[in-house]
Design a protein around this ligand. Structure first.
Ligand code: HGY
Ligand code: MN
Ligand code: MN
Ligand code: MN
Length: 415
């Protein structure tokens, strides 16, 4: 039965939910979420499950030299560039079940629905699982899509180290997902990414769909502070070279800086390493990453300059050495207005409440937008919570966004 893309065409929400719950069983966390970090054995297991599901739908699965997976559903015009639809299966160490996963499996559900309905598209459809989106184990985030877009070299990527000193390149080989495709050789007609909002706006505004027009820009600034290891009990306060104190003051400064740039700016620290990290030793070295983000290019660059200047002013009187390296960055992104329009039209055609939204989190779509017309679709998440094992969405929200994805992709891939 070949169906035309009428108003009533919907994906199979129960099947999508079952896929999400089956994938969530791989790399379980300790509090109901997931720990399926990039290039761990659990990531490898999730990749195999995804590959099996794609091949069962008649798709062919290619893998590139960064480990990104591309599952292709053939189109009727072999010369037509494919429509890519993807996100990521890797998670934070205490991640939720839906961040990234909803986009990859939502894309697969779109293909399953096309197969159910006997729909043939002119452009092929490529369901994509980008490697290392999270940047939790190997910084920066969106590493593989960054190499794909020509932002990072593959040698830089292969050399990135996790906290145990293991390299991306070695771990990719170890789990057996080093592919043979040249990274970035593939050309895209368009790129769609479906993702949970990871913020509170859609739920608070009681909207089912986020029509994502932009993504805010980001800097990840990795500071290394050098103090002097000393006894916390016998070292007088005036003789301390206290890198831990400098860290605390810089953290307070980042907070105040972000608050001074309201509305629409965030800043904070999620990761810090004290060395030797012993209760009764003043740290000789403190390494931490400042994460700042805002949709405004001007604010983003001002915040970076201010933080670096004031960090040096904090460290100098304490005698603490201070160096900084930018380990992650992208400028604010504007998504493709034609594709954004198709998302909005699909939501309207399907009768879903919707609103324009700027993405607070970074996504592979931010780098895809450098090489092809790209956009995103968002669904709400409970309490706006994400990067937390308690991350939650409803089956209805998941299905509504996938319905919109289905129609926007169908419109772009052409029947
Ligand atoms: O950091 C981010 O925004 C994404 O979750 N990697
Ligand atoms: Mn994500
Ligand atoms: Mn994430
Ligand atoms: Mn820039």
């Amino acid at each position: 039965m070949v169906a035309a893309p009428g108003e009533n065409l919907r994906i199979n929400g129960d099947r999508l939910w079952d896929m999400l719950m089956d994938m969530a069983k791989i790399g379980p966390g300790i509090a109901g979420g997931n720990n399926r970090q990039t290039l761990t054995d659990a990531d490898g297991e999730g990749r195999h499950l995804f590959k099996r599901w794609c091949e069962a739908e008649g798709m062919t699965v290619g893998v590139d030299r960064m480990g990104t997976m591309f599952a292709t559903r053939a189109g009727t015009d072999p010369d037509a560039l494919p429509v890519y639809v993807g996100s990521h299966l890797d998670t934070q160490p205490t991640g939720g079940k839906y961040d990234g996963v909803l986009g990859v499996l939502g894309a697969l559900e779109v293909v399953r629905t096309m197969n159910d309905l006997g729909i043939k598209t002119k452009h092929p459809i490529v369901v994509t699982n980008w490697a290392n989106e999270e940047g939790a184990r190997f910084a920066p985030a969106m590493l593989a899509s960054g190499v794909f877009a020509g932002v990072h070299s593959i040698d830089y990527a292969y050399g990135r180290k996790d906290p145990d000193g293991k390299t991306y390149g070695d771990e990719l080989k170890r789990i057996g997902w080093l592919g043979d495709e040249e990274v970035g050789a593939r050309k895209m007609h368009a790129y769609f990414e479906y993702h949970i909002e990871q913020g509170p706006i859609l739920e608070a505004e009681n909207k089912q769909i986020g029509v994502v027009t932009h993504c805010q820009g980001l800097w990840w600034l990795e500071f290394t502070l050098i103090g002097r290891e000393a006894h916390t009990g016998s070292t007088p306060m005036n003789l301390r070279v206290n890198a831990g104190l400098a860290f605390g003051r810089i953290l307070e400064m980042v907070q105040a800086g972000a608050m001074s740039e309201q509305p629409g700016a965030v800043g904070g620290v999620g990761q810090v390493f004290f060395s030797p990290n012993s209760r009764n030793v003043l740290p000789g070295k403190v390494v931490f990453t400042v994460d700042i983000r805002t949709p405004s290019q001007e604010k983003l660059d001002r915040m970076r300059a201010t933080i670096e200047k004031q960090a040096a002013e904090i460290c100098e009187p304490l005698g603490v050495g201070c160096s900084v390296e930018a380990v992650g960055h992208f400028d604010p992104v504007t998504f493709d207005p034609v594709l954004v329009g198709r998302v909005r039209e699909a939501a309207e055609k399907l009768g879903y409440s919707h609103m324009n939204i700027i993405s607070g989190a970074g996504h592979d779509a931010c780098w895809a937008a450098k090489v092809a017309p790209s956009t995103m679709i968002m669904c709400p998440c409970v309490g706006g919570l994400s990067h937390n094992e308690a991350e939650e969405i409803s089956k209805e929200w998941a299905a509504a966004g996938a319905d919109v994805l289905f129609h926007a992709v169908l419109e772009t891939a052409e029947i």
